[in-house]
Design a protein around this ligand. Structure first.
Ligand code: ZN
Ligand code: ZN
Length: 488
């Protein structure tokens, strides 16, 4: 049998209205039963007192017992009918709200929510004949019909009740409860699961062969071949042209809102990883202020790029350190500025490098690397100091030199279209001299550095060092040596 704590916690889950308490049985009722002896009435009164006490202490079965005995004495009394009906409803509600695991653990043999709701419905109907001008029987009846999942009939009961008391809050609240259920929720069967991830479908796509998968799941599967994973039909679909099944998606969202929200969160954690987490493209060292083109063909990176494109379009570009065999400790964030998906699933990307980071730790996720990073900046001299002023002046001078150099180089490359494009790209990426750190990196991109040299630059934290004593001289020297050969 249900324990007290179990019964008292039963109001969680399926909500009902207007059955929190019962009515007190008053001496005045004696007037309606003038034929009854005082002793018999006193007994009836005691039964009702006991029943109400039990109800208020959440011992509903005991309450029903008392009310039933009282009912045998006075079958048409509205208070007895009202209170017993409320107790039946509370038992039914409790049984309905028991989780399957609790039920398996502690079976309540003989107790059935439907039987109790049915008994409540009988009492409510009976009460309706006794108390014709009261809204209470309608509230009780609606509760019973909700527990019986007869939502259309429950709505009719609400409409009838509102004709008696249009301002009944309990009926309005019940109307809201029904509003959410009126069309009947489909049962949560595995029909709504994706056969690839075995979870609730998220952004479902139905293939031409009629099978439905999560959008991310089907394209992840197609990274390894262009056939339907279920029936092996060759599929000619691509993430760009394939639309999500909007109707199915909204059915799922409406009917399983909590599970849908969890799936959404899960999906978003993969596409928008958070400020200090970055997926890594392991290939080369890039410096900030570079632009480059990438051809993404490996299945794992195709998956990674699809996720990135749904999020902030940023990833880290890193090199494998040949000395350790694992990813280098410093790398650069790149932003995808252009993404061209090809029909065969590959991507052509144009990326621009943004800022440096230090890798704190990295791990594998679905075949590609993800890193927790800390952003690295130069140790900047304090505002208003002489060093700050000198650095600013140096940058302005270097910028003027660089601009004139680019003009000369463009003049020299008049007939070389490829070179001109390179120069234009470099010119377009030139940062403002008010940002010496970015400027120093841009300057460094003008010369052809070996990967290890670029890695050493990423580790440097002194802009002045980089700009004034090394790069300014070095760039000039190399550019002259290579007779303006420019590598971007
Ligand atoms: Zn899936
Ligand atoms: Zn198929």
């Amino acid at each position: 049998m249900a324990t007290e704590e179990e019964l008292s916690s039963s109001s969680l889950g399926l909500n009902l209205e207007g059955i929190d308490d019962v009515e007190d049985f008053v001496w005045e009722n004696q007037g309606e039963s003038a034929s009854m002896s005082l002793g018999r009435f006193s007994h009836l009164y005691d039964l009702m007192e006991m029943g109400n006490k039990a109800f208020r202490e959440n011992r509903f079965e005991e309450a029903v017992n008392c009310y039933s005995r009282a009912h045998n004495i006075q079958p048409t009394d509205p208070v007895i009918l009202n209170n017993r009906c409320a107790a039946y409803l509370r038992i039914s509600q409790f049984l309905k709200n028991r989780s399957p695991s609790t039920s398996e653990h502690k079976p309540l043999s003989g107790l059935d929510p439907t039987i109790h709701a049915g008994l409540a419905l009988k009492d409510a109907d009976h009460l309706m004949n006794v108390r014709r001008q009261s809204v209470t029987p309608y509230i009780l009846k609606t509760n019973a019909l909700i527990l019986l999942e007869k939502f259309e009939l429950a709505r009719d009961a609400i409409i009838s009740g509102l004709q008696i008391d249009p301002s009944s809050n309990a009926l309005r609240n019940l109307e809201n409860i029904i509003g959410r259920r009126i069309h009947g929720r489909p049962a949560r069967t595995d029909d709504f699961d994706c056969t690839l991830c075995l979870k609730l479908l998220y952004e479902p796509i139905t293939t031409p062969c009629g099978h439905t998968f999560c959008r991310s799941c089907i394209f992840q599967s197609m990274d390894r071949g262009n056939r339907c994973p279920l029936c092996r039909t060759v599929l000619f679909i691509s993430p760009r042209t394939c639309a999500i099944s909007v109707t199915l998606n909204s059915i799922i969202e409406r009917n399983f809102p909590q599970e849908y929200a969890e799936r959404k969160l899960e999906h978003e954690s993969l596409t928008n990883m958070g400020p200090d987490l970055l997926p890594l493209f392991v290939m080369d060292v890039v410096l900030p202020c570079q632009k480059l083109h990438l051809n993404i063909f490996e299945a794992r990176y195709r998956l990674m790029v699809r996720r990135i494109m749904e999020g902030n379009r940023r990833m880290g570009m890193v090199i494998l350190d040949p000395t350790t065999g694992s990813v280098a400790d410093y790398a650069c964030e790149v932003e995808i500025t252009d993404c061209e998906p090809l029909p065969d699933g590959r991507f052509f990307l144009e990326v621009e490098s943004r800022r440096r980071f230090h890798i704190i730790r990295n791990w594998d996720q679905d075949g590609y690397r993800v890193a927790e990073v800390e952003w690295v900046q130069d140790l900047s001299p304090g505002e208003g100091t002489r060093e700050k002023y000198d650095l600013q002046q140096t940058t302005i001078n270097v910028a003027a030199y660089a601009r004139s150099w680019i003009r000369v180089a463009q003049e020299a490359a008049r007939r070389d279209q490829a070179r001109l494009t390179e120069l234009h790209t470099a010119e377009g990426l030139m940062p403002s001299p008010s940002d010496p750190e970015s400027f120093s990196f841009w300057l460094a991109t003008l010369t052809n550095q070996r990967p290890q040299e670029r890695l050493a630059l990423l580790r440097l934290r002194d802009t002045k060092e980089l700009m004034k004593h090394y790069w300014f001289v070095e760039v000039k020297k190399r550019l002259i040596q290579h007779s303006f050969s420019l590598v971007i």
